[in-house]
Design a protein around this ligand. Structure first.
Ligand code: ADE
Length: 225
């Protein structure tokens, strides 16, 4: 999967892209991330990427022309999903990420400051997503959230692909508890069923726990099913 990222702050991605599973995904050629600095497409001598809002008010607005020029530098951008991250967007969920993970190419647009010029949204953005009901200083962290979530859904990225398939949210429920060695830690033992060797019983226990945890922490998910 190829992901182009339009941002004013490409450096924010450097540690993230070099570690753990994202690094493996790129090395295994399951993922290609191109960081495009919008400021490189600002035409004036100060490379201005933002300006005051028409109508007044606090905060700066990202200018449309540098974003447009940056977008035009991407092959086939007219036929590629352009995702803009904003608190005004639809809530980004596992099902949406799972659908995007099957695409060959997407473009992510990270806003910063107050907003981007609305005309970019009206003409070019195909989808708008929020990662939660809080306001961040820009779309870079949401873009990393997106890249992380779709990468681990590429076959061959996680050691065990089934692991991604049994994550929280993958089947609409939260995940179940997990244990590893030692069998006894402080005064707590691993539940008997997990050492029983009876896989049917283990699956039943895991489903029951998933349901209990979902009911307790996210009852809203049960209404969505
Ligand atoms: N930009 C600022 N806050 C955001 C959020 N919560 N989700 C997506 N993009 C954002």
């Amino acid at each position: 999967m190829k992901i182009d990222v339009l941002t004013l702050f490409p450096e924010m991605f450097s540690g993230f892209l070099q570690e753990s599973m994202i690094a493996i995904a790129q090395r295994e050629e399951k993922l290609e991330v191109n960081l495009i600095n919008i400021r490189d497409f600002a035409f004036d001598k100060h490379r201005t990427a933002d300006d005051y809002p028409y109508g007044g008010g606090a905060g700066m607005v990202m200018k449309p022309e540098p974003i447009h020029e940056a977008l035009k530098s991407i092959d086939d951008y007219e036929n590629t999903s352009l995702i803009y991250f904003t608190p005004q967007g639809k809530l980004l969920k596992q099902k949406i990420l799972s659908d995007f993970s099957k695409k060959k190419h997407v473009i992510l647009l990270c806003g910063h400051y107050k907003e981007i010029d609305q005309r970019i949204r009206d003409r070019f953005v195909t989808e708008e997503y929020s990662i939660g009901d809080y306001v961040l200083s820009g779309g870079e962290i949401p873009a990393m959230v997106f890249i992380d979530a779709v990468s681990r859904l590429q076959e061959g990225v996680l050691g065990d692909f089934n692991s991604a398939m049994t994550d929280s949210h993958q089947n609409g429920l939260l995940g179940c508890p997990h244990y590893t060695r030692p069998y006894e830690f402080l005064d707590m033992k691993v539940p008997d069923v997990l050492i029983s060797g009876n896989h049917k019983k283990i699956d039943e226990w895991r489903s029951k726990k998933s349901l209990e945890i979902t009911k307790k922490n996210r009852p809203d998910l049960l209404n969505e099913k």
